[in-house]
Ligand binder design. Structure first.
Ligand SMILES: [Zn+2]
Ligand SMILES: [Zn+2]
Length: 327
């Protein structure tokens, strides 16, 4: 989407808040194909609750000896693969066009992001483009400020921004926000194949664990660490960008919202938590632009560029950064 200008940061206005609190708009006015069905809501609950329960069991499981080197390898590998699919693929490439990718890389990024189980590519990108279009204002699908500025309102808003918004029956209209993805036949096919990616994401780590250890125990612990715990970690780290990074962190750059740079999430989020810079200059391929700000996704984009797979990378430019910096 178009980069925000240099207007001053404000949260929801009183009018915005009033509109948010008012009853939902007339359902007849909403495109029926853009509403969640009870079936998708059921699977949404399933794929949020079960991995989260696994996360709660992770420490006792590790303590009890149910975590071998193969499990650690599966956890690290599938965490990195799927989270980078989101950060480099769904986010920096497909949502913001911060670099061009050749066809094999484009497909690989779409597939890797789909394995993160955060919804189909077209839906993820539509929601995120809308987030930038309305950040922390009425229309933002997941602003932590939607209920107001008081502490109880913010606690409620943080939960909503983190995961509550996923259960909204109304969905961002794709025809309006992602016509480019719908027009690309390969990408449209990948979006439609999402249930298959979900199945693969859950089963493949277990199968690899079973084959490498040649045991059913290896299959089960591979499933636990490589699938369930990994899915929960990727989910909650990604969602923290929507919740935590819109409430706390430093704001050295001008943005229209309350996005902040949260240093302690930089490594697990692969650079996405330098979120204030990202809202100030959304098409920039590097979010951690200051010295010492680790941005693993940007490092990989650099490698893709060197390999000739990524071109037209929008690296940070000194004059753009200066124009956006709060004096
Ligand atoms: Zn944001
Ligand atoms: Zn973004």
């Amino acid at each position: 989407m178009t980069p925000p200008g240099s207007s001053t940061a404000t949260a929801l206005s009183d009018a915005d808040l009033a509109a948010l609190r008012s009853p939902a708009p007339n359902p007849a006015a909403v495109d029926a194909t853009e509403r969640q069905t009870p079936v998708t809501l059921f699977f949404l609950y399933l794929f949020i609750v079960v991995p989260f329960l696994a996360l709660l069991l992770a420490i006792p499981m590790a303590w009890g000896g149910f975590m071998g080197p193969v499990d650690v390898g599966l956890l690290v590998f599938f965490y990195s693969l799927t989270a980078l699919g989101i950060t480099i693929g769904f986010h920096r490439h497909f949502t913001h066009g911060s670099f061009k990718a050749n066809r094999p890389l484009r497909i690989a990024l779409a597939v890797a992001g789909s394995y993160a189980i955060e919804g189909p590519l077209d839906r993820w990108v539509a929601d995120h483009r809308k987030h930038h279009a309305y950040s922390d204002k009425l229309g933002d699908p997941h602003s932590p400020w939607r209920y107001g500025d008081s502490l109880p309102a913010l606690a409620k808003g943080l939960f909503y921004a983190h995961m509550g918004w996923l259960f909204d029956v109304e969905q961002t209209p794709r025809a309006k926000y992602v016509p480019d993805l719908l027009a690309d036949r390969d990408l449209a096919r990948i979006s439609r194949a999402f249930p298959g990616f979900v199945l693969g994401s859950v089963l493949i780590p277990g199968v690899i664990g079973g084959l490498l250890t040649w045991s059913w125990a290896g299959f089960l612990t591979g499933l636990f660490w490589g699938s369930l715990v990994r899915i929960a970690l990727v989910h909650h780290v990604t969602w923290s960008i929507n919740s935590i990074c819109h409430v706390m962190g430093e704001r050295p750059f001008k943005s229209r919202d309350r996005s902040g740079n949260v240093w302690w999430l930089a490594i697990p989020s692969f650079g996405e938590s330098w979120h204030n810079l990202h809202h100030a200059d959304p098409t920039c391929a590097r979010h951690g632009v200051e010295k010492g700000q680790i941005d693993i996704s940007a490092r990989l984009i650099r490698w893709f560029e060197r390999a000739g797979w990524a071109t037209d990378v929008r690296w940070p430019k000194a004059d753009r950064l200066t124009a956006r910096r709060i004096p």
